[in-house]
Design a protein around this ligand. Structure first.
Ligand code: CMP
Length: 143
């Protein structure tokens, strides 16, 4: 069992795509073990994307992810990290295959609808930025 961090970015929230994206995740068989909606605080956005701080698009990225409410989730299941990366599709929507979230709903990297952790280390780090342990459901205790 793996956990991964998923963000439905402000453009997708504004376009009314929350239900579509959540439905795809649930239909695939992954479970949502934490979810919240709101503006991402600037310090959390900076911490989340700190590996990109030197990149030319960093300022635009900060503006984008703090421009409106986003949905943050912890998604869990067998191989959740790689399954979610594949479901999202390539970072640049031009390369994202039809059937993926970006391949179906995005046309530019700077408005690419969703984020998913790219490794177990990133998942652990990103979940800890956005959630406290008490906010994450332990299905083993309630199933
Ligand atoms: P994400 O999967 O959240 O991880 C890093 C984010 O940086 C990426 O999605 C895009 O939103 C953004 N990003 C990456 N490369 C570029 C780029 N060349 N121009 C604008 N934004 C980018």
């Amino acid at each position: 069992m793996e956990q991964t961090y998923i963000m439905i970015k402000p453009d997708a929230v504004q376009r009314g795509l929350i239900g579509e994206i959540v439905a795809r995740i649930e239909k695939r068989g992954l479970k949502i073990s934490a979810m919240k909606m709101g503006f991402m605080e600037e310090d959390k956005a900076k911490e989340h994307y700190k590996e990109h701080v030197e990149r030319p698009f960093f300022g635009a990225l900060m503006e984008y992810v703090t421009s409106g409410p986003c949905v943050s989730m912890v998604v869990e299941g067998k191989d959740a990290i790689s399954i979610m990366r594949k479901m999202n599709g390539a970072t640049n929507p031009v390369d994202a295959l039809p059937g993926t979230i970006r391949g179906d709903f995005a046309i530019e990297t700077g408005r690419n609808v969703v984020h998913a952790s790219d490794s177990p280390e990133a998942a652990k780090r990103e979940i800890a930025i956005h959630f406290s342990e008490s906010e994450i459901v332990d299905y083993a205790k309630i199933d």
